[in-house]
Write a protein that binds this ligand. Structure first.
Ligand SMILES: [Zn+2]
Length: 368
């Protein structure tokens, strides 16, 4: 982590935070160039997806080549989620809201409803980052305790071992359980959807699930034995879930970030500092690895910049990063960075282990 000094108190509205976001913002021309890069990237991802899928389903390839195409398909799915779906659902993909919305629909293609994602991710997660009871990304109960304010259970002692395996079921959980549960209850966690989904929304969500089922399982089953397709689907889905979960967890669920109770000030003048206290960037010194990770992560190695300006296309994050770091240093504000990808993974592992230890004075009580 950088050693820029940290004020450990949110500013009061009478002492507004300096506008760090304004200082890091790319110019209009830089954003326009970034969007053109983003659209080209979406094209490359589509080619990777269609090519690997076509080879897997229609070409008579052997085991090792199949495994290689499977790996390419998994990376293409992750890149689609981080680099097209995520930007699209934030309205960052295009200046045309309808085009962004269409890009956001790629979430449905991957099995998760874009309609529910926008509430869960844009409102609950971005508006309440690392706030227990609001940010559903840090709510993995009863499987894991991810924040000090959450109750401890005896099996959490081993969460630093088993959670890596459970992360792989993230996308399958979205596809089969999470969205349907939200539709039935009208809630994400304890939070009611702002408007009850209309019949049209429910129809679109169901259509998305059916579309995913069709391309990922039914069409391949026309050409290959069902058990082989199912086994392959579960393997790729696990890998995609594992990579996606890690991309999000390494930015927030680490011992370099802070966690808050719902009374934490986080709006208005407090917004920037709250985001800077709960979000961590990742740096990588090896150029090829850095570029590959940045590409696959949809620029989310710069999560801090994304959280300050979610409507920026991710292809401009690399311009905003050094500017934000400089202005934070000037303002005496902590800008949190994992110095390498392995350091980020270690930070998450340390946090899982720390939260798995039986607390001396548990806030949520202990179930022996
Ligand atoms: Zn986001």
């Amino acid at each position: 982590m950088t050693t820029i000094t940290a004020p450990h108190a949110h500013p009061s509205p009478a002492q507004p935070a300096p506008s760090l976001t304004r200082a890091m913002m790319p110019t209009a021309a830089e954003i326009a160039r970034g969007r053109r890069r983003l659209h080209r990237k979406a094209g490359y991802i589509s080619v990777l997806l269609a090519g690997s899928y076509g080879a897997l389903v229609f070409a008579p390839v052997g085991f090792w080549l199949r495994a290689l195409f499977g790996l390419v398909l998994a990376v293409a799915c992750v890149s689609l989620a981080t680099g097209v779906m995520h930007d699209g659902n934030h309205g960052a993909f295009s200046t045309n809201a309808r085009v962004s919305r269409i890009a956001g629909w790629s979430s449905d293609l991957l099995g998760a409803s874009s309609y529910l994602w926008r509430f869960k991710h844009n409102k609950l997660h971005h508006g309440n980052t690392n706030v227990v009871g609001y940010d559903t990304d840090i709510d993995q109960m009863p499987f894991a305790r991810l924040a000090p304010q959450q109750p401890w259970k005896p099996w959490h002692r081993y969460q630093h071992v088993y959670m890596w395996f459970l992360y792989g079921f993230l996308t399958l959980q979205w596809f089969l359980l999470g969205d349907l549960r939200t539709l039935r209850s009208g809630k994400v966690g304890d939070h009611a959807l702002p408007v009850r989904p209309r019949r049209r929304d429910v129809a679109l969500i169901s259509f998305g699930k059916l579309l995913h089922l069709t391309w990922a399982l039914l069409i391949p089953m026309l050409f290959h034995p069902w058990w082989g397709v199912l086994a392959f689907y579960l393997s790729i889905s696990w890998l995609v879930g594992f990579l996606l979960a890690n991309i999000f967890q390494l930015a927030h669920c680490v011992d370099r970030a802070e966690f808050f109770t719902p009374d934490a000030p986080r709006r208005g003048a407090d917004f920037e500092l709250h985001q800077l206290r709960t979000t961590v960037d990742i740096r990588c010194k090896v150029p090829v690895v850095r570029d590959a990770l940045h590409w696959m992560m949809g620029g989310l190695d710069h999560q801090v910049e994304h959280h300050l300006a979610p409507k920026l296309p991710h292809t401009t994050h690399r311009l905003a990063g050094p500017r934000l770091e400089a202005v934070c240093r000037e303002a005496g504000v902590t800008y949190r960075v994992h110095p390498s990808i392995t350091s980020a993974v270690r930070s998450h592992a340390r946090w899982l282990r720390a939260m798995g230890r039986r607390p001396i004075d548990p806030p949520g009580g202990i179930t022996p």
